[in-house]
Design a protein around this ligand. Sequence first.
Ligand code: NAG
Ligand code: NAG
Length: 316
Amino acid sequence: MSRQFLPVLLLLLRASCPWGQEQGPKSPSEEPPEEEIPKEDGILVLSRRTLGLALREHPALLVEFYAPWCGHCKALAPEYSKAAALLAADSTAVTLSKVDGPAQPELAEEFGVTEYPTLKFFRNGNRTHPEEYTGPREAEGIAEWLRRRVGPSAMRLEDEAAAQALIDGRDLVVIGFFQDLQDEDVATFLALARDALDMTFGLTDRPRLFQQFGLTKDTVVLFKKFDEGRADFPVDEELGLDLGDLSRFLVTHSMRLVTEFNSQTSPKIFAARILNHLLLFVNQTLAAHRELLAGFGEAAPQLPGAGAVRGGGRGS
Ligand SMILES: *[C@@H]1O[C@H](CO)[C@@H](O)[C@H](O)[C@H]1NC(C)=O
Ligand SMILES: *[C@@H]1O[C@H](CO)[C@@H](O)[C@H](O)[C@H]1NC(C)=O
């Protein structure tokens, strides 16, 4: 029986190997060459045959399932390539790849892909438990989402100089002060830091830094370059750090007290679940209305979470 099967098996192997013909028969001890996975604009192009190889070779692999007819996929393509270039430029060890879902139905089915684009992040070749990509769809955001997974999502701060440099460097800086970095709350904090891409995160367990910032207990502190400058979120000693509560706290306090209501800010405003908003509709081309807005800004510190709608007029 094995005599009959052998030629068929060889033929199949030859057919699946692109160099089979050129190389001709070589000594049987020679390993077949590892298949080179094709690349397009810095993105690996994967198929049912090469996904396993890519997972073995790339311990951090983002896979985009796309469909050739999908408009959102076409819009994503240049951003995706740009993200790959950004990550290559700062030597982040992560690989971006794509799979044509309709052309690779077995893969689409295996990974439960029902809409395009769908992106999944694979770690350490683990094929069964990828992380769903939930990040932004533009280059810098994609790159940052990946950096915060491949590298630390919060910078370890050992001294005052490092803490001050971090706080001074960005508009929104969040520092977790934890007495014990092995605590479960720290894992919660780092998980939040992986997704809150518009803020920069630091982390410390140094008693001197607790002291310098007037803290005695585990606390997450948001430093901002506007309004009151700082907002503290003390960790509940009994219940621990709740990711949802901390997330809402950071969203709420990272907005200016008076925030223009527009298509960019409205998701944030609603995510914060602020219970009371004050909306001011003004025509910014009118001096009297600008005065009204200024007065609104002065009153806002007593009314946290107030919002302004600047609409209507030309130049607004
Ligand atoms: C993949 O990850 C899951 C969840 O972390 C784990 O249970 C599973 O054993 C991993 N599989 C492999 C092959 O490492
Ligand atoms: C805003 O004010 C300008 C200047 O008076 C006026 O021309 C414009 O119509 C106003 N817009 C609205 C929406 O009221």
